[in-house]
Design a binder for this molecule. Sequence first.
Ligand code: FA5
Length: 350
Amino acid sequence: MSDDETLAGLLHAFVEVELRGALTLDDAYACKVKYLGKKGLLTELSRTLGSLAPEQRRARGQEINEAKAAAELAYEARCAALKAEAEARELGVFEDLTWIPPTPPGTLHPVTRTRRALERVFASMGFDVVDGPHVEWARYNFDDLNIGPDHPARDMADTFFVSPPAGSRWSPGDLVLRTHTSPVQVRTMLTRRPPIRIVALGTVFRRDDDATHSPMFHQIEGLCVDERVSMADLRATLYRFVSAFFERPLEVRFRPSFFPFVEPGAEFDMQCPFCGGKGCSVCKGSGWIELGGAGMVHPAVFEACGIDPERYTGWAFGFGIDRMAMLMHQIHDLRLLFEGDVRFLEQFPC
Ligand code: FA5
């Protein structure tokens, strides 16, 4: 075998190796041009045949032609393989028909999480967690809570009234979407005898709508009824609750206020859990955060529920769960909680 014969064979081997490394059709074509194009290496080699003696020319010519044909075949084969790979990549997701694309795990809504955390703390303090309906008797929502017929809360502008079913014996005004969780106090006192220690958490509805008020929101109600229950017990319970919930001792303070179903009544604040009362942006420099309303159960409520106000005393409190969730997660607009925007909700992984 002469040097030139070896050269044709070598060039053929190079074509094979380079084509194997071609990752696109363009790469393969560039390789074909390099060896088989007008100025390609194998083409150039053919041009040298003229200078050979006739007896050498035939054998060398055959060798070069075989190398060119093999290179052409290798090029066709590589192109076919690259096309097949591209098709398989495109159809890749359908190859395994049992394959289910992975979905990110869901997370609990911040209000649900806050609600469950509240339930856990109060349950650990010996409270039963009870429930009440969203569509409530106006009697339980208002009358039995000493909220008289002329109270502004009963106005159509504040309350969603529910039309009674056609043909029923109920009058318009008998049914409401509960405006607070306090009617669960009535339901509990009508069905249980003291000692009573319950919390009720749930959805309530009011004709409110702005950055800090939603027409649908959540409250927690606490009720304790027994002999010799006092405002001091209420304060101690709220102190124990906020300290357990925020896992650090936090003071609670009362400010006199009025709710028809308690006497005396108060609004209660807790020491800011973020600055410990020194003053920060969350508590707006005051060191205190407003939580809700509280007070001693009004004797008129006991009477409406058949509990002897001479023998028993009780206290109750109520506050917004959504505001607590906003506080814990530093959310500034209440409406974000209820828009259902997944991009917002994904920021609260479990
Ligand atoms: C009441 O609803 C009383 N039932 C609380 C109570 C219970 C007082 C027991 C005494 C004894 P108030 O209307 O202030 O109170 O509401 C309590 C809390 O609900 C508020 O402090 C606030 O956190 C929250 N809240 C009230 N309205 C809205 C609203 N539209 N959107 C979101 N949160 C609200």
